[in-house]
Design a protein around this ligand. Structure first.
Ligand SMILES: [Zn+2]
Length: 316
């Protein structure tokens, strides 16, 4: 069991009151839009907007100055006042794209900010900014792709400042999706870890196994099933470690450790290219390297919960 308290995971720690009760009142939400201190986090096809300079911060611009292409979504209140999420791109294509995950865009002359892919952004932003990035982008992504009622197909409108979509035809209420994913460290005691890789990953990259929770199963059942499906290995009772919002587009990563019980690892699914044991020495060496392409073992990036799970095991 991994019991060491670790650093908080990236994409968590937003310091915001989500105003759950107040936002039910449309007049109150409208007043927040007119608030002199109302500010906006901006996201679009090229990523989330950060301030320019060597030490970027998540850009919070006055809401009135934000180039909103859609209705601003109320994220909540910080010490200064209301904070909104603004989608800066009026993209009419179907399906609408997701907020950019990689790369960097050109500076926006309207705001003096520049868009950065979510992975690049979370790697350089302070903890609380990263939490706000996950909240903003998961919500904007949901609005981009859930404009119609899943019950009757009618175009829906926003309610509760953007935390609900409401159907004007059948009256159904739709809430933002969060998709649970179990991600698990399979441990062979303190000596070895079971890691796998996908064919699309950079050469040498291995990570923890992971998979979506399916209807009608517990998190623990999902861990045991996924490890069996992906690696043909039987694990014992999973122990929860920590969780991480993962806005690609709307997952919640639920981190577990699970002890190996029986079976030699055999790759089972097409998406898994290889699955094998790594010794503590191999993992420790990889953790001390940077992200050199020539490294024999490349661990997942530092902003991923997979890396935190591995580092926690190393430190135990
Ligand atoms: Zn409907």
């Amino acid at each position: 069991v991994l019991s060491i308290v670790t650093e908080p995971n990236a994409f968590s720690g937003a310091q915001l009151d989500r105003a759950a009760d107040e936002r039910k009142d449309p007049a109150w939400v409208a007043a927040q839009r007119e608030h002199p201190a109302a500010r906006a986090v901006m996201a679009g096809d090229a990523g989330v907007h950060v301030t320019d300079g060597a030490q970027p911060r998540l850009a919070l611009v006055p809401l009135a100055d934000a180039p909103a292409a859609h209705e601003p979504l109320l994220l909540g209140l910080d010490a200064a006042g209301p904070v909104f999420a603004v989608d800066v791109d009026r993209n009419g294509s179907v399906p609408r794209p997701l907020i950019g995950a990689h790369g960097a865009g050109e500076p926006d002359p309207r705001t003096g900010t520049r868009p950065l892919g979510l992975r690049e952004a979370v790697a350089v932003l302070p903890q609380a900014d990263g939490g706000l990035v996950a909240y903003c982008c998961a919500l904007v992504n949901w609005h981009r792709r859930h404009g119609h009622c899943s019950v009757c197909g009618t175009p829906t409108g926003t309610a509760a400042g953007g935390l609900v979509r409401e159907c004007p035809s059948c009256g159904a209420h739709h809430f933002p999706r969060t998709d649970p994913v179990v991600i698990m460290l399979v441990t062979g005691g303190s000596d070895r870890l079971l890691l796998g890789r996908q064919a699309s990953w950079p050469a040498g990259r291995y990570s923890t196994l992971a998979g979506f929770v399916e209807p009608g199963e517990t998190l623990e059942e999902a861990v045991i099933r996924e490890v069996r499906e992906e690696a043909s290995v039987v694990v014992g009772t999973p122990a929860y470690v920590s969780s991480q919002p993962w806005p690609f587009p709307a997952s919640l990563m639920l981190g577990f450790s699970a002890p190996w019980l029986s079976g030699d690892p055999v790759r089972q699914e097409d998406e898994i290219e290889d699955v094998r044991w790594f010794s503590r020495a191999e993992v420790a060496a990889a953790a001390s390297w940077g992200d050199e392409a020539s490294a024999p073992l490349l661990l997942p990036p530092r902003h991923a919960i997979a890396r935190t799970l591995i580092e926690t095991w190393l430190a135990a």
